[in-house]
Design a protein around this ligand. Structure first.
Ligand code: SF4
Length: 352
């Protein structure tokens, strides 16, 4: 596959949540998130020595019942440091895999293993091996939204927060293969000025749907509003790209990790804030600063995969020990090096 650099006009498609359509991705249902459910979740978790982690883009009731909510990397760190023998990762599959890579001796469960990620699915390990063969000697930098098998073929993983630092740490004369998010890749290319950076043409169906015209129109209609762009999970990397292209006023744009976004929410003097990310983040922001009017730049920017972790799925997970996440030990060993290097370089960012 030929890597492409960027969309030529800085605009992205209007495809909102056009990802999974299979009928067999229907989430587990039939359980109400009431007080009895919350008590049962906590009781079963305690009984099984489990820590329940929820990504920021989970359903509000899942975030509220979890022991910790945060971005994927922060949650993986919490998982690795936790004394609990079981980790229940309420998020998408690559996140649970990353937790397993960092905590190979713990039991890692995800309440619904069908919860995938269109961005992680945009490159396979075979495709990466073929791409590497075309560029012998190149350094492979993979965004954290990748499968364990792709991470195992990677030299350094990165998050949106440290992608520029990671690429800048590579000697200027070395070719770099950057994957899989083309918007983040375009941002890194612009910031580093490298002409030997090759970018995989992948994207996430949710944030590719944060349309540049829509983003600029929403900002123009609310000139006093701050614009929060969250660089984690790949979400809003298209907005990150558009902000860099001047599609929205730079002084209003705040590129923030989850933790930074929550801090900024508490500190902002703006009465309204436009939030360019997956809509699940609004729940925590509204709790942090109830007096501020938080609006999604695109309220259709909801990840269907994330929303597959329902109250019924979590209960099934706790009662039946399903679904367990396994990563082949050799793959995990190779992938762990790339993840550790990500943690060592720059601000791995997001949410702590
Ligand atoms: S919103 Fe995040 S988890 Fe969902 S498809 Fe996009 S990158 Fe993957």
């Amino acid at each position: 596959m030929t890597a492409s650099a960027t969309h030529a006009d800085g605009q992205v498609g209007d495809r909102v949540d056009a990802g999974p359509t299979d009928a067999d991705l229907t989430p587990y249902g039939g359980v109400e998130a009431n007080e009895a459910w919350r008590e049962e979740v906590r009781r079963l978790a305690a009984e099984q020595d489990a820590v329940v982690l929820a990504h920021n883009y989970q359903l509000p009731e899942i975030q509220d019942v979890a022991h910790h909510a945060g971005d994927s990397l922060a949650l993986s760190r919490i998982a690795a440091e936790s004394t609990a023998s079981t980790i229940i990762f309420c998020g998408v599959h690559f996140m649970a895999e990353t937790a397993k890579i960092l905590s190979p001796d713990k039991r890692v469960l995800i309440p619904d293993e069908r919860a995938g990620c269109s961005l992680a699915d945009s490159i396979t390990a075979d495709e990466l091996r073929a791409w590497k063969a075309e560029h012998p000697g190149a350094v492979v930098v993979s965004y954290v939204n990748t499968t364990a098998a792709v991470k195992a073929e990677t030299d350094i993983c990165c998050t949106s927060s440290n992608a520029v630092d990671v690429v800048a740490s590579i000697p200027a004369d070395r070719e770099v293969l950057f994957l899989p998010d083309q918007f983040l890749g375009a941002h890194v290319q612009r910031e580093t000025g490298r002409d030997n950076l090759h970018i995989w043409a992948g994207e996430c169906h949710v944030h590719a749907g944060i349309n540049g015209t829509e983003l600029a129109a929403r900002a123009a209609a609310a000139p006093d509003a701050d614009l929060f762009i969250h660089p984690e999970c790949g979400c809003a990397t298209s907005a990150l790209y558009l902000a860099g292209e001047g599609a929205v006023p730079a002084e209003k744009v705040k590129i923030l990790s989850t933790g930074g976004m929550l801090d900024a929410a508490r500190e902002t003097s703006a009465t309204s804030v436009l939030v360019a990310t997956e809509v699940g983040m609004l729940h925590q922001l509204r709790q942090a600063a109830p007096e501020v009017d938080f609006r999604a730049v695109n309220d259709r920017a909801s990840c269907r995969y994330m929303k597959m972790i329902t109250p019924a799925a979590l209960l099934r997970c706790l009662r039946e020990g399903l679904d367990e996440v396994h990563v082949d030990p050799d793959t995990a060993d190779q992938a762990r090096n790339a993840v550790r290097r990500m943690i060592e370089i720059g601000r791995p960012g997001g949410g702590e």
